[in-house]
Write a protein that binds this ligand. Structure first.
Ligand code: FAD
Length: 470
């Protein structure tokens, strides 16, 4: 029997290039590449519907790169790994680290159990530019504010690891037969909702690399300004690829850095810095997905209103930019960052609904749903996070639309009922004279919703609620 067999356990690193664990495993002997769908340990953070859809295709792409040798499993990794190790005389199990609290706890335990059986267990950094425990303030405590975290902490720390090549030779162990196929993981939804996502995405490592090259070539130059306009294709849309590790942040970082130093380049890298910051927050404050980091928000007088929540989820609030964003999310599994901020602010401030509702809906619908970025994003919007938008900063969806979607191209793409509305009234159709509504073929409350809240009054109500908390 082959003595040098090691497992590479794919998790959020579904790629062959710049994969530290895979590269190390390849030097040890034959590799048994596996993926385990672990819904049991994930609890309330098991993958949402959109993420499952992505994962299905990402695993298919990975399996193709591995010449059909990827073995997949469902269940508790501890048991699966121990059984596999016994059956195949495995020497070691290698993986790249994940930073969700439930995964950290599970992996620590698995490491102990494997080592107790004389099986090597080695983990690597394949998902972050800087490990959260390496970027700390002088007094050894974690940063809570982005700018010093990024400027003083990250940029003055050791430069991130440069990307690794694809292992030259992968000796894939084929003495093991696994009964499950990727289809058996049942990641695709039972209803055909996923069909609408398909035209928008090419999934897998090669597509991610191609997308990065295209972004650098076509869009990086105008990133700083263009990233605020949802109708422009100025952002990279790399987030789901980064989340599933089809591309590493190191590959992105160094490919971008090859270009001339400009404000656009710096700004893009600082957005990658926000990704690092969110992961650092999640690592140091594992309660981030559930608890307000500013505890004074524990007494915030949130409302309960199922009807309003449903309108928000469906993109039927009667506020066109909010509706466009929520429909973009449903139809494409993605939402532009500026619009994420607008719909988020609308939910927690104009509707006074708890940020948990937003976090949960995004978790299920976003293809890039990521515990660190999503929780930090929602705490930022609600004003209760570490380095949060001040509570009184309430995005006005009407003026945001006029400023960042001046021709209404984005809004009309997702809210076609309003395609004939003149720009002047596109974001506030309730203020349009009857004649204008008539000419545009819009009847509020019939073919487009009447607004579910008044922006001015709900703003005042939100500010009062904020004051009442002190
Ligand atoms: C309420 C809310 C929830 C969010 N939930 C998620 C989420 O679940 N997953 C997720 O990846 N991002 C989330 N974000 C952050 C951000 O909206 C997305 O990362 C970004 O829109 C992805 O598009 P892109 O790849 O084109 O970004 P680009 O502008 O091209 O940026 C490049 C990369 O930098 C990172 N990045 C950019 N902006 C941010 C940010 N504000 N915070 C953290 N990382 C950032 C992402 O990895 C992104 O892919 C959320 C933001 C908000 C306000």
């Amino acid at each position: 029997m082959n003595k040098n067999i090691v497992i590479h356990w794919f998790r959020q690193d579904l790629r062959l290039y710049d994969n530290p664990s895979l590269t190390e495993a390849a030097q040890q002997g034959a590799i048994l590449p596996i993926y385990i769908l672990d819904d049991d340990n994930a609890g309330e953070h098991k993958l949402g519907g959109a993420s499952r859809w992505w994962l299905h295709y990402s695993l298919l792409a990975l399996n193709k790169s591995l010449k059909g040798k990827l073995s997949v499993y469902i269940g508790d990794p501890e048991k699966i790994l121990i059984d596999l190790a016994e059956e195949n005389n495995i020497e070691g199990v290698y993986w790249n680290r994940c930073y969700e609290p439930w995964r950290i706890g599970r992996d620590k335990k698995i490491k102990k159990v494997l080592e107790a059986q004389n099986i090597k267990a080695k983990s690597f950094n394949g998902s972050l530019l800087w490990e959260p425990w390496d970027v700390l303030k002088k007094d050894g405590t974690p940063y809570k504010v982005f700018t010093p975290y990024y400027r003083k902490g990250c940029l003055s720390a050791i430069a991130p690891r440069t990307p690794l090549a694809e292992p030259k030779y992968l000796n894939l162990y084929d003495g093991h037969s696994n009964k499950l196929t990727i289809v058996d993981l049942k990641l695709l939804p039972a209803i055909n909702w996923n069909k609408q996502l398909e035209p928008h995405w090419d999934i897998g490592e090669m597509s991610a690399q191609y997308k990065l090259e295209k972004f650098i070539y076509n869009r990086l130059e105008n990133y700083k300004r263009g990233r605020d306009f949802p109708a422009l294709s100025s952002v990279s849309r790399l987030s789901p690829h980064l989340h599933f590790g089809e591309i590493s942040p190191n590959q992105v970082w160094y490919a971008v850095k090859l270009n001339k130093e400009t404000d656009d380049l710096d700004h893009f890298l600082s957005e990658m810095g926000w990704r690092e910051f969110s992961h650092s927050l999640l690592y140091h404050f594992p309660e981030l997905p559930r608890n307000n980091l500013q505890t004074k928000f524990d007494n915030f007088p949130w409302l309960q209103n199922t009807k309003h929540l449903r309108c928000w989820q469906r993109g039927e609030t009667g506020h066109p930019l909010v509706d466009a964003g929520m429909r973009e999310l449903w139809q494409t599994g993605y939402m532009h960052n500026r619009v994420r901020m607008v719909v988020g602010s609308f939910l927690v401030k104009n509707l006074l609904l708890h940020w948990h509702h937003g976090e949960k809906w995004f978790w299920d619908c976003l293809l890039d749903a990521n515990l660190a970025n999503n929780s930090a994003g929602w705490q930022w919007i609600a004003g209760c996070g570490a380095d949060a938008a001040p509570y009184f900063r309430i995005f006005n969806p009407c003026t945001q639309g006029q400023k960042f979607d001046p021709d209404g191209e984005y809004t009309k793409r997702f809210v076609p009922e309003l395609k004939e509305m003149p720009s002047k009234y596109l974001f506030n159709p309730w203020e349009a004279p009857d004649k204008i509504l008539q000419n545009a073929g819009v009847t509020l409350g019939e073919n487009y919703p009447a607004p579910i809240v008044n922006l001015k009054l709900s703003r005042v109500r939100a500010l009062d609620a904020f004051k009442s908390m002190k």
